[in-house]
Design a protein around this ligand. Structure first.
Ligand code: PHE
Length: 501
């Protein structure tokens, strides 16, 4: 048998009865630990060794723990001061004990919370009573810290976890691999194995000298386990947002851009949302205490006000409810990006609005909702509109089918809906890939004349707002939006979720 040198060295250093850790094999062979691991997996694939894998946890003291080893744990210091002051007889005021113990800053809180937890005594309206039977010299946390400091291991995992919660130890896990020879290896070693001088990489020297023609190359094992490399990567939400943009650009759309905090005029008034609508008073609006936005186009403001008061068209009827310009100028975080659609459709954003036109944005919106598995206070909305002559609901539905198809979603369902600004209106639903539940993924409709006429638009406009996070739920099977966003977001999941392009 012929084997590459590194594999032969590992075989010769390993044992048939006891597993040898790869670190020890590295010491014995003089090979680099990664090379030993690589050789071990190659040998395993040849049936010459078995590789066992276990995780080992090591605990290291933090700087804070080292400080306490010198000075004593804060609760122990408090207890000693309490005994000295006679608090085992008669409660003593906390202020006096803190002064006497020399505790300061955050250590005072640490002392107080652990004092009671460990049964050193009780604290009642500022007075500390010490339990005369408590024994700080038998404190298991102190004993564990001392063992760790002496380089001994501590087996009580609950105790270690408790110390980790107190930030007194850091626990780290590492994978330990041990290598054991198989019978086949023992036989092969007895028969004699020849070391093959193999080359594992092509170097400029090999190339220029022409030596590459004569050397033997190591086989490349693409299936061998290798240490994971956790490099940076784009967050899947951002990745999907970019993909959505690419798809919409491919469908002939241009991108809109505009402020996150905007005048209520653009967020609501232009959309024929009455000023006394519950969403505009307290329901889900994040009002901002900043100066109003007074640069609104006067002509449009007048036409919008008149649409609200009297309606538009011959049979039109308005809300006949109060309308004030001050309210329209007040600033809030946008609850939808339809504010951008209004800025663009009115011409205020400066872009050409001669029909036909198609625009989109994939941007953040803010709602004062209650957090739950499908609702966040902020999320990304995929806004879009198409302006053209003679559009119908079939164009709207067809656009969604084409859009979602790009993400592998082919079972969109529509449900009639109500929006003050569209008629007809539709909610969109998709089926969750694992739970099979219908998930609401968006809202859409054809803008009504009360919206279009003040904007001076004479053709049809179909429009929508879709939730990017919901699209992700359908694509990846997430059930809780908080898996993808925010503080509870699972790093492993973000690292491991397959990139879909
Ligand atoms: N603004 C709507 C929402 O946030 C979406 C929408 C936009 C509906 C445009 C119809 C037309 O739910």
């Amino acid at each position: 048998m012929r084997l590459p040198e590194s594999q032969l060295a590992v075989l010769q250093a390993a044992d048939a009865t006891n597993g040898t850790a790869t670190d020890r094999l590295a010491d014995q062979t003089g090979l680099d630990p990664a090379a030993v691991t690589r050789a071990a997996f190659d040998l395993r694939d040849e049936g010459l060794v078995t590789v066992d894998q276990t995780t080992e946890t090591s605990a290291d003291l933090t700087a804070e723990a080292r400080e306490y080893l010198d000075e004593g744990l804060p609760e122990v210091r408090l207890y000693k001061a309490a005994i000295e002051a006679g608090a085992d007889d008669e409660p003593v005021s906390m202020g006096q004990l803190i002064g006497a113990s020399g505790l300061a800053g955050p250590q005072v809180d640490i002392a107080l919370s652990n004092f009671a937890r460990k049964g050193y005594g009780s604290i009642d309206s500022g007075d500390v009573a010490a339990d005369p039977d408590a024994d700080p010299d038998a404190d298991p946390e102190v004993a564990a810290l001392e063992s760790l400091a002496a380089g001994e291991s501590v087996d009580d995992t609950d105790l270690l976890d408790q110390l980790e919660r107190r930030e007194l130890v850091d626990q780290t896990e590492r994978t330990v691999r041990t290598v054991t020879l198989t019978d086949a290896a023992v036989t092969a070693l007895m028969e004699g194995i020849e070391a093959a001088e193999t080359v594992d990489r092509l170097t400029p020297e090999l190339l220029t000298s022409g030596e590459w023609q004569d050397v033997e190359f190591t086989e490349y094992n693409v299936e061998a386990d290798a240490p994971g490399v956790e490099g940076g990567r784009k967050h899947i939400l951002r990745q999907t947002a970019d993909r959505v943009k690419d798809v919409l650009v491919g469908m002939g759309f241009q991108e809109m851009d505009g402020p996150h905090a905007d005048a209520d005029f653009w967020i609501n008034d232009c959309l024929f949302m009455p000023q006394d609508h519950p969403a505009r008073t307290h329901w889900d609006r994040f009002a901002l205490d900043v100066p109003p936005i007074q640069e609104l186009p006067d002509g449009l403001v007048d036409r919008v006000e008149s649409a609200h008061r009297e309606g538009v068209g011959e049979d039109g009827d308005g809300y006949h409810s109060p309308w004030s310009r001050d309210f329209a100028e007040a600033v809030a975080l946008r609850g939808h990006t339809t504010s951008l659609s209004m800025r663009y459709l009115s011409g205020f954003a400066g872009a050409d609005i001669e029909p036909p036109q198609r625009y989109f944005s994939v941007e953040k919106v803010y709602r004062n909702d209650t957090l739950d598995p499908t609702h966040l206070l902020e999320f990304f909305q995929i806004e879009g509109w198409v302006m053209a002559e003679d559009l119908s609901v079939r164009d709207l539905m067809g656009t969604f089918e084409e859009f979602y198809k790009q993400f592998g979603i082919e079972d969109i369902q529509f449900k009639p809906h109500y929006n003050p600004y569209t008629e007809p209106s539709f909610e969109l639903f998709g089926t969750h890939p694992t739970t099979g539940e219908l998930v609401e993924i968006g809202n859409s409709g054809m803008f009504r004349p009360e919206v279009l006429e003040p904007l001076g638009i004479e053709c049809d406009v179909m429009a929508w707002g879709l939730a990017l996070e919901r699209l992700l739920m359908l694509m990846y099977g997430f059930e809780d939006i908080r898996d993808v966003h925010g503080t509870l977001c699972d790093l492993e999941l973000l690292r491991e979720t397959e990139v879909v392009y």
